[in-house]
Design a protein around this ligand. Sequence first.
Ligand code: SF4
Ligand code: SF4
Length: 206
Amino acid sequence: MIGTGILKGMGVTARNFVGSYFEKERLITVQYPEERSPLPENYRNFPFLIYDGEDPQAGLRCVACKICEKECPPQCIYIVKSDDKKPDYMGKPQFYPKVFDIDISVCMSCQICVEVCPFEAIKMDKEFELSKRERFNHLLQRKEELSKPNEYYHGICPTEAADVDAKLGAAAEAAAKKKAVAAAPAAPVLAKPTGPTGSTSAPASS
Ligand code: SF4
Ligand code: SF4
């Protein structure tokens, strides 16, 4: 019968409306901004940069390789590479971004910058109260605003952040082992016995 679907839909709405006075789980609205619904772990908004330790400058993971800048579809990332280098989380000297800006008025939250970054240096944030009255520049986020500690990342995406830490820890361990092997003194090379008595063969005369 025509209109049955509409009647069924109205029935669901009415049941939830009346039910919301008696069952809290049927109440799907909250008194924002005093009350806030928890955001799911896979919710994302705009990117931010991660640093390790206490110092945002010393601990910044970004090495200014500019891959994200090149791959960003609307080209809203702007990076200027440093002239000098600083040690990364494995102690290897690396460049760092002297300037790292993201224009969030252009960013489309696609997460491509996160996926292409080989250094786990950029991740998606959940911050959404970023509106401004001004139209220009105020939505341009600078390196200082974008830099957030790894603990913050653990707070917003605990599962993903734990996986990233495990991956970086394994890479650091493998690099340390490789370094130790390279630094170990080379074992002396013994002459290979060839004859039945164990004597080495003499070079063939021409
Ligand atoms: S999320 Fe997408 S649009 Fe935004 S900065 Fe990253 S790559 Fe660019
Ligand atoms: S965020 Fe990652 S991809 Fe972008 S410049 Fe820094 S290290 Fe390179």
